[in-house]
Write a protein that binds this ligand. Structure first.
Ligand code: GAP
Length: 537
């Protein structure tokens, strides 16, 4: 599937719009339209229901080490700045960027690729921000221009190796920047903190500086004790949160995949250190299965364990759930969710102060005077088991998902084209979104075949019965074939049509979006039929 087709459909049918579009949009920000808001709500609600409210704490789920409890939180976006100092985000949450002195463009250092080429006795590294075949074509075009060659003389370009990252180069003097005409215009890479800054109160100075949260997780850690003290949860248990996060990404791109404002669905699962490896395995598999169950099947979805070098300094295990988005180069996958074994890093940081690794140990980082560089809260965040009388620092397993990335993956996976007969029986192309019924923005549409003979009245009555239970849509405008196509394009699983036969025998047709099968049911059975069919999916 070409991404352009999905982007066009998202605009046409009201899934996604560029934010502030009438003013030209704002890079890295997206608005969800009338269909998009329902789709994303369904993703969030499926997650919350499956992970939190639908979880039965009295049963051991298949493959879980034991029974466990789940609860939720909704924390603020702006938190005490010390949170980010102790969590490490203040010092460590950065990307490297390079600037181009000529084009004034800015790039993420690790996202620029290029290849070496020699022609007319000169050698240059031609950089591009495009990947795969697009990157190869782009570098070829630029190299021809740089060496003043016509396309028919492309064989004079002596390419040396494949596309490699700019990070593999020691100096940039022979580099042609992605949007430059001259060599050597890229600056040295420099750090760029991804947290958005703001100020609390009327005075804008260092003291009033605050940050928009770059992840929801920290709100959970700093409320760990509050949850323990205000509920009767016992370890093992998880706290879930869904909410906005903000990252000032250097190069937001690929539709909503890398945005500057996005939503996360995160769980911090607290357990005894001895059982944490088994809980890590449980959550890793459980989260992967969640995407499979909602329709991200096949070879486009994978669970990838991180290599030892990829692991964060505190992590004993991390896996990513990845999806082969259509905008990625062949064989490449993009992260939907990370599942990390975080040990006791986060709770200890908020108790003792920012931690750094010293050999095999995590110790509080000190300043020149031997004092903690960033003081923790000083609160005792250990857990006390009143049955075993054991006091310990819990370990944490963190399944951290992006609601927007999941929504985008479900959209990409759902996009289908086929050929079906139109109103006159002629085969024509149909575009439809094959959403899992739980995710479909509209569950059923109700149509009168024509706007007369009492059909609209019957259709409105059926609509009225379904509406309190499901998001349903009523449509009486235009040819019925066109109405079906409109519903197919937004992924409505079922269409109910009131026709001439309804008036004589009280039956209506139900049409299935995917198979196009049609069958008749009694008009009074519509609620039961749709309930049963949605429930069975
Ligand atoms: N607390 C851990 C954490 O935040 P992360 O891998 O940085 O981990 C978790 O983010 C998830 O949030 C990612 O897997 C992705 O789905 C989503 N995410 C992160 N940055 C994003 C961005 N710029 N745009 C959209 N989603 C993003």
């Amino acid at each position: 599937m070409e991404m352009e087709k999905l982007v066009a459909l998202c605009k046409r049918r009201g899934f996604l719009f560029p934010s502030s579009e009438i003013y030209g949009g704002l890079n890295g920000f997206w608005d969800y339209g009338p269909m998009g808001v329902e789709l994303k709500r369904n993703v969030r609600e499926a997650w919350w229901r499956d992970m939190v409210t639908g979880h039965n704490e009295m049963l051991v789920p298949p493959d879980a080490p034991a029974t466990y409890e789940m609860t939720g939180l909704d924390c603020t976006i702006i938190m005490h700045p010390q949170v980010w100092k102790c969590s490490g985000h203040y010092d460590l949450f950065h990307d490297y960027l390079v600037d181009c002195r000529e084009s004034k463009r800015r790039y993420r250092y690790d996202q620029v690729v290029g290849r070496w080429v020699e022609a007319k006795g000169r050698r240059a590294f031609i950089a591009t921000a495009a990947l795969g075949q697009e990157g190869l074509d782009d570098t070829q075009r630029k190299a021809l221009k740089l060496f003043n060659l016509r396309a028919k003389h492309a064989d004079q370009l002596q390419w040396d190796g494949p596309l490699v990252s700019l990070t593999t180069l020691d100096d940039f003097t022979a580099v042609l920047g992605p949007d430059a005409k001259e060599l050597g215009t890229l600056t040295e890479p420099r750090e760029f903190n991804l947290m958005f800054e703001t100020h609390t109160g009327p005075i804008h100075d260092e003291k009033s500086k605050a940050f928009l949260r770059p992840e929801t997780a920290q709100g959970i850690f700093v409320n760990f004790k509050n949850v323990l003290d205000s509920t009767r949860v016992k370890i093992p248990f998880g706290i879930a949160q869904i909410g906005k996060s903000f990252r000032n990404e250097i190069t937001p791109r690929n539709f909503t995949f890398r945005s500057r404002e996005f939503e996360q669905m995160e769980i911090e699962f607290f357990c005894h250190p001895n059982s944490s490896p088994s809980w890590y395995g449980y959550w890793r598999d459980r989260r992967y299965q969640w995407y499979l169950d909602l329709g991200l099947a096949g070879d486009r979805l994978r669970l990838r364990d991180h290599d030892a070098e990829e692991l964060s300094h505190y992590s004993c295990g991390t896996a990513d759930i990845e999806y082969a988005f259509p905008f990625m180069a062949e064989g490449e996958f993009g992260e939907l969710e990370g599942i990390a074994h975080r040990g006791d890093f986060d709770l200890r940081s908020h108790m003792e102060g920012k931690l750094v690794r010293q050999g095999d140990e995590l110790v509080v980082e000190q300043d020149e005077d031997g004092k903690p560089r960033y003081r923790g809260s000083g609160r005792d965040l250990q857990y006390y088991n009143d049955q075993t009388k054991e006091r310990y620092m819990p370990h944490v397993i963190e399944p951290s998902a992006g609601a927007d990335r999941a929504t985008l993956a479900f959209l990409c996976e759902a996009y289908r084209e086929d050929e079906v007969p139109d109103d006159k029986g002629k085969l024509s192309k149909r575009v439809f979104l094959k959403f899992h019924p739980r995710l479909a923005p509209v569950k059923a549409a109700v149509f009168p075949l024509v706007k007369k003979d009492g059909m609209p009245e019957v259709a409105r009555e059926i609509y009225g019965q379904l509406k309190p239970l499901f998001n349903v849509f009523y449509d009486e405008k235009g040819a019925v074939g066109r109405r079906y196509r409109r519903q197919d394009e937004i992924g409505t699983p079922f269409c109910i049509t009131v026709d001439g036969q309804t008036l004589s025998d009280g039956t209506v047709t139900v049409r299935d979006r995917d198979t196009l099968d049609q069958w008749r049911i009694k008009k009074e059975d519509c609620v039961a039929e749709i309930t049963q069919r949605l429930g069975a999916c």
